[in-house]
Ligand binder design. Structure first.
Ligand code: ZN
Length: 230
């Protein structure tokens, strides 16, 4: 049984069976120091027996977050866009670099970087499709809406989409509803809202609009909550 745990903002932990048949634990955008997070980076690193990968969508502080600390504590490899991976490598972090285009050749997980309409200082921002035997999850990163989300559905067919709804820096509720129409996941989980005043949003409004318009189910995870899948 695979699972997804939310730590608030854009931070998630995925657990699933890898393509090699072994259990994988992956963190995405691990800013565990965020104001909503139920666990500190220190306590998180202490609480787990192993971490396989950390995926970072871009280098803004609220996404890069506690990557360096957790990577060094756990020995996890960080998968990031080439330019950011180079920077992290200089700090002694183990990395896998990749770029937007096709599957990244990591044997034990399925991973593809996708475009994101946003900014960053090192390389371009990305979204990611990642998973193993039970599911593929699309984490949109920080992004505005773009029509190629339709290709993410057609090419990678993610079961679960993690979508920003906070507006101001990313899609707001109405753009994220449109994203669901293009991505057609089984489940959508809202993220990147209510961490700071400018990104205040109502996840119930997102849920209502998505479920009126599409057959996708919206699961609202509170920080600290975990969802099993399937
Ligand atoms: Zn950002």
């Amino acid at each position: 049984m695979a699972s997804i745990r939310y730590f608030g903002h854009a931070a998630f932990e995925l657990r699933f069976t890898g393509l090699d048949g072994r259990e994988k634990r992956v963190l995405i955008d691990p800013w565990l120091g965020n104001p909503l997070s139920p666990v500190s980076p220190e306590d998180y690193a202490k609480s787990i027996d192993k971490l396989d990968y950390i995926v970072v969508t871009h280098d803004h502080g609220d996404h890069l977050g506690d990557t360096e600390y957790i990577a060094k504590k756990t020995g996890a490899r960080v998968i990031a866009i080439y330019d950011l991976a180079v920077e992290l490598g200089k700090k002694g972090v183990k990395t896998v670099d990749g770029n937007i285009g096709g599957r990244i050749k990591v044997d034990d997980v399925y991973i593809v970087f996708t475009p994101a309409l946003h900014s960053s200082s090192h390389g371009v921002p990305v979204g990611v499709v990642i998973g193993g035997r039970e599911y593929r999850v699309y984490h949109a990163g920080d992004t505005g809406l773009f029509t190629e989300m339709q290709f993410i559905h057609e090419l990678y067919n993610p079961d679960i989409a993690l979508l920003p709804i906070g507006g101001h820096y990313t899609m707001g509720v109405d753009e994220a509803v449109k994203a669901v129409e293009l991505l057609r996941p089984k489940i959508a989980i809202p993220m990147h809202y209510n961490t700071f005043p400018p990104i205040k949003a109502d996840p119930e409004e997102f849920k209502k609009k998505v479920e009126e318009k599409t057959s996708t189910k919206v699961v609202i995870l509170k920080p600290g909550e975990e969802m099993s899948y399937p």
